[in-house]
Design a protein around this ligand. Structure first.
Ligand code: UDX
Length: 493
């Protein structure tokens, strides 16, 4: 009987193989989850693409090399992404990557799972579950082939996930694709949508950026709806949120999915700081020294995540809006942020003439920074963000109110919640205008901590920060969510 129990895995250490879609927005939360699982004695194999693995190794300054060497019970592996170098620079590189991964990663992942357990590494247990992020649903087949359960860490908010799930109904009911170009500006996107369970009435345009298509065969729309709906095939759904933050929508999702684990906010410091050591770009450290010299709460941090691309004109409008505020700001201009600039663009060349000279005394421009550290710095008082979910949760953890300028995917619904449900932010119009940028910054940060609304947002942000801390502290809802997840991974069924 003991042998039979052993054969079925009892007493064996759980071994999770994690595979995120290869961009920062997916790698970061997956890595943080991996660290948390490891801290709960789950054996971890974290799989990057070879391209990213090499990028991480090459990173100057950071400890990519050291961190990637792994440690007892935590190893890194890599699989080819199948993309040619010239494809990486193409404007549709994310779509190409998505397709290429589907074509070429399944077999190598199976091979990794079989090899790591059988390479004589002394007691490495067989892979007992696969944890994937969104956009790599093909890895559900990998789990099936290995005969182990799969869990999806869907990297957006619960509200973002609930809305993405309903893209199918929106399409079937004829809300999207749009009939013609005029629907983008004639108020149609303001159509109220009041039938998404757990989500308050929202504008059609806020449900997801993907409804904005005119193309009846829109690839992005289909991919999003298919990827979200494929989560039903997984054993469990893991969300980087906490119960108090999104209680209504989580209740609704729990009616639809038998196992929903809320484990967020996933923050680097919860995982012993390990996850903070890996970043696809070199982190500017001088910006921290610059921040040290600024008064408390005075700096606006400006960043748009790892994927946003904007035209030089929009960049210039934003630049002049920031210049007009006459307040200190730290602005991340990532290589690739400006359209047509290429991956190794000299960022300051993209800025309008005269801008650097005018703002020199109060502006710091970085290509990339340790964002969580920046947001927690006492000098930072506001965050102008694209409302990616990681940026949003990191801001909530730091108690920093936001000015949202959403651009695609779940960013509209995130910013809708930031402004209206949580009361911790303002939102800019889709068409960026320098006067509005300056006015919003003033409202959030002006005169002794902002106007009345600014003060209220700051109070709310402090409250959500405390609730986030309570959720992840021992006994909190996300702490228990992680316990339940680990238990399920151990049972492996
Ligand atoms: C993507 C999607 O765009 C987003 O809508 C979705 O919610 C998650 O996946 P991305 O656009 O990169 O992500 O934004 P975000 O989710 O905010 O993630 C960016 C990550 O990069 C954050 O963890 C942030 O801390 C990190 N970052 C950003 C840095 O470490 N340094 C920087 O300078 C900028």
């Amino acid at each position: 009987a003991v042998r039979e129990l052993r054969r079925r895995g009892y007493g064996r250490r759980a071994h999770a193989m994690l595979f995120p879609f290869p961009c920062s927005g997916h790698i970061n939360p997956t890595l943080k989850l991996a660290e948390l699982l490891h801290s709960r004695r789950v054996h971890v194999t974290f799989v990057n693409t070879e391209h990213n693995h090499e990028r991480l190794l090459r990173r100057r300054g950071g400890d990519g090399d050291g961190a990637l060497r792994g440690r007892e019970g935590f190893r890194f592996e890599a699989v080819p992404d199948g993309l040619r170098d010239e494809e990486r620079a193409a404007p549709d590189s994310t779509v190409r990557l998505y397709l290429s991964l589907r074509r070429s990663c399944g077999a190598p992942l199976v091979e990794v799972a079989r090899r790591v357990a059988s390479d004589g590494d002394g007691g490495v247990p067989p892979v007992t579950c696969v944890v994937l992020s969104g956009l790599v649903s093909f890895a559900l087949d990998v789990a099936e082939e290995l005969g182990v359960p799969a869990f999806v860490l869907w990297g957006t908010s619960a509200c973002g996930f609930a809305c993405t799930l309903r893209l199918r109904q929106l399409r079937q009911r004829g809300y999207t694709p749009l009939k013609d170009e005029s629907y983008l500006t004639n108020g149609y996107l303001d159509t109220p949508i009041d039938w998404i369970a757990g989500v308050p009435t929202v504008r059609l345009g806020d449900v997801s950026s993907f409804v904005r298509t005119l193309d009846p065969t829109s690839f992005a729309l289909r991919v999003e709806e298919d990827e979200a709906n494929s989560c039903a095939r997984a054993q469990g759904l893991i969300l980087n949120t906490f119960d108090d933050l999104e209680s209504d929508v989580l209740d609704a999702l729990r009616d639809e999915f038998p196992r929903v684990y809320t484990v967020g906010p996933l923050a680097a410091d919860r995982a012993n700081g390990q996850a903070a050591g890996l970043s696809l770009w070199d982190e500017d450290t001088a910006c921290m020294t610059w921040l040290d010299a600024q008064p408390a709460g005075s700096v606006l941090y400006v960043s748009f995540g790892s994927l946003t691309v904007m035209s030089p004109d929009v960049l210039a409008e934003l630049a002049w809006g920031l210049a007009e505020t006459r307040r200190p700001f730290l602005w991340v201009i990532r290589p690739g942020l400006v359209a047509g600039g290429g991956d190794h663009h000299v960022v300051t060349n993209a800025l309008p003439d005269g801008f650097v000279a005018e703002t020199k005394a109060r502006c710091f421009i970085a290509e990339w920074c340790a964002q969580e550290e920046v947001l927690r710095h006492r000098a930072v008082g506001g965050f102008l963000t694209h409302s990616g979910w990681n940026s949003t949760t990191e801001s909530i953890c730091a108690g920093v109110p936001m000015i949202c300028w959403p651009g695609f995917a779940d960013q509209y619904i995130n910013s809708r919640y930031v402004r209206d449900e949580w009361g911790i932010g303002l939102r800019l119009d889709e068409e960026l205008r320098r006067e509005q940028v300056a006015a919003h910054v003033e409202e959030l940060m002006g005169g002794g901590g902002g106007g009345d609304r600014g003060k209220e947002m700051r109070r709310n942000a402090a409250r959500w920060k405390a609730l986030a801390e309570a959720a992840t502290a021992k006994g909190g809802s996300s702490y228990r969510g992680l316990d339940e997840l680990v238990e399920q991974l151990r049972l492996g069924q």
